[in-house]
Ligand binder design. Sequence first.
Ligand SMILES: [Zn+2]
Length: 174
Amino acid sequence: MSVPARVLKLCGEGEYRDEAEAFLRAPGDAALVHRGVMRSLVVRCPDGCGETLIVNLDPRAGKAWWLDQRGGRVTLYPSVWRDAGCKSHFIVWRGKIIWCDRFEYGNEEPDYDAALEAKVFGLLSPDEWRSGVSMANTLDEIPWDVSRAARRLVRLGNAVEGTGDRRDWFRRVR
Ligand SMILES: [Zn+2]
């Protein structure tokens, strides 16, 4: 078993899947399939199993991930989860791969933005639950960044997070 990748590297772009897949060399390498619109991101599985993952980006083709490339680094939302094969489960966040079920040791999150924490707090109300994704849309920020800031507010005692279906929903403490 090879060492799991900790970064997702965008290596190229093609019109068709096989064209994009030709760019992939190492675990964590990725390439876009772009034909008119972004269709998918092909990724050499970052756990080193050698398989290629197809992450759908086109809502017309079914469940689609949100892809962001600010700062030249890829973010995907939500997490990528393989039901079959190696069952890898990971988050791609500003180019970093954060492992969820395995290899957690060595996970390294992107830098924390304290200014974002104040913006998130400004959106929270004591009377209404607000989801991390909805706040990210309002702020034009990355959902992973927003949820992390909100959870820090929870740890500080300024906000609460829901449970069950309301996980990743927040409200301000009265
Ligand atoms: Zn794998």
